[in-house]
Write a protein that binds this ligand. Structure first.
Ligand code: 3PY
Length: 367
């Protein structure tokens, strides 16, 4: 199994910048640029179509203000209400949250589209080959996401280890009878953390884990440079199995690809210690959820802490929602004011670079 860490593009963790996983591939639009059609009056800002999954968000005003400095914003509602007039103007699509997808029909209706700027690093919701066949580029925001997503990984690990959610319920319900001995947690300090996927986010997790004196193991398609390993005290496991067997906490930080789909199933869960905790900050489909339900029910592993599931959100009757050894958060890896703004800034830089025929800071290529 070949594994690579999430988040392409450089971060402060890797001095060379560029692609820290060294795995960019493909050539995208093969050099055949769409012709730059002059559909705008002089002085008019280029139009960007905003795609988000939930309508108006509190933060959107702030992001809209940033975008408006460079673009004429068109919401999906405006677009659908006046398609004929709008469609030729639109040169960029800004995918506000990293989940709405783009279908062939939308691409066919936007003849002058040049770039789809995803806010977020994961682009598994986009059909890159299909988009590329329209001569449209895709970009992402690897820099903005690395710190907050690593923070969520640590938060989930600590919360699960120390049973924070149960503790919170008890404290919020005065009078609840409880016996501390029934809900003792486990310690993170000096425990062994296995990071699967050592891209920029995985590396940021390792930097944080070092401050907890954790023993750090990692598994990744490409071994990190010696200096990078030494800087965080991480030990490479060429075989994922070795990492699974030794770790007290296993954190998944891989991109979702056909190779990582259901990477963790019954066999892998069976290799983990019965006292171990599985943390997922990558994509839900990296875990075989049926196998996870079984493993949690039968105490094959101690607990799981997930920021991502499949689907999102889980349906009310999903068995994962009815276990007491699990924590689930609603995909909030980048849900901070700062990260949302940074993602917008990164996306704007990407869109402007494409529209101005300049080097693109973070382009994603189809494999
Ligand atoms: O950046 C992404 O792709 C995320 O999912 C953040 O959690």
């Amino acid at each position: 199994m070949r594994i690579s860490g999430r988040a392409r593009g450089g971060t402060g963790a890797f001095p060379t910048g560029g692609d820290p996983t060294g795995e960019r591939a493909g050539t995208g639009w093969q050099g055949h640029r769409r012709p730059s059609l002059q559909v705008m009056a002089e002085g008019e800002l280029p139009a960007v179509l905003i795609l988000d999954i939930g309508g108006t968000h509190g933060i959107l005003e702030d992001i809209a203000a940033l975008l408006k400095k460079h673009f004429h914003l068109i919401t999906m509602k405006e677009f659908l209400g006046n398609k004929e007039e709008m469609r030729k103007k639109i040169q960029s699509v800004y995918v506000f949250e990293c989940r709405p997808t783009i279908d062939r029909e939308l691409l066919e209706s936007l003849p002058n589209l040049k770039v789809i700027a995803n806010s977020g690093v994961g682009v598994d919701h986009l059909d890159l080959k299909m988009i590329s066949s329209f001569g449209v580029k895709v970009t992402n925001t690897p820099h903005a996401v690395a710190d907050p997503t690593a923070d969520i990984g640590m938060a989930l690990m600590l919360a699960s280890a120390r049973r924070l959610v149960e503790g919170c319920h008890i404290a919020l319900s005065p009078g609840t009878k409880y016996f501390a001995v029934d809900w003792l947690g486990v310690e993170v300090t000096r425990a062994t953390l296995g990071i699967i996927g050592m891209g920029s986010i995985g590396y940021k997790v390792a930097q944080r884990a070092r401050a907890f004196n954790m023993r750090i193991l990692y598994h990744n398609r490409n071994r990190r440079r010696k200096e990078e390993e030494e800087a965080v005290g991480a030990h490479y496991c060429a075989k994922m199995e070795d990492l699974l067997q030794q770790s007290d906490f296993v954190m998944l930080v891989v991109n979702l690809t056909p190779e990582t789909h259901k990477l963790i199933g019954k066999k892998e869960l069976g290799l983990m210690k019965p006292t171990a905790t599985l943390i997922n900050i990558s994509r839900g489909a990296v875990i075989d959820q049926d196998a996870l339900v079984e493993a949690l029910q039968n105490k094959v592993i101690r607990a799981a802490a997930l920021d991502v599931t499949y689907p999102e959100p889980l349906p009310r009757d999903h068995p994962l929602l009815h276990l007491n050894n699990i924590i689930i958060t609603p995909h909030i890896g980048t849900a901070t004011v700062h990260a949302t703004r940074m993602m917008a800034e990164e996306a704007i830089a990407n869109m402007l670079a494409v529209l101005n025929d300049q080097p693109i800071p973070s382009e994603v290529f189809p494999k």
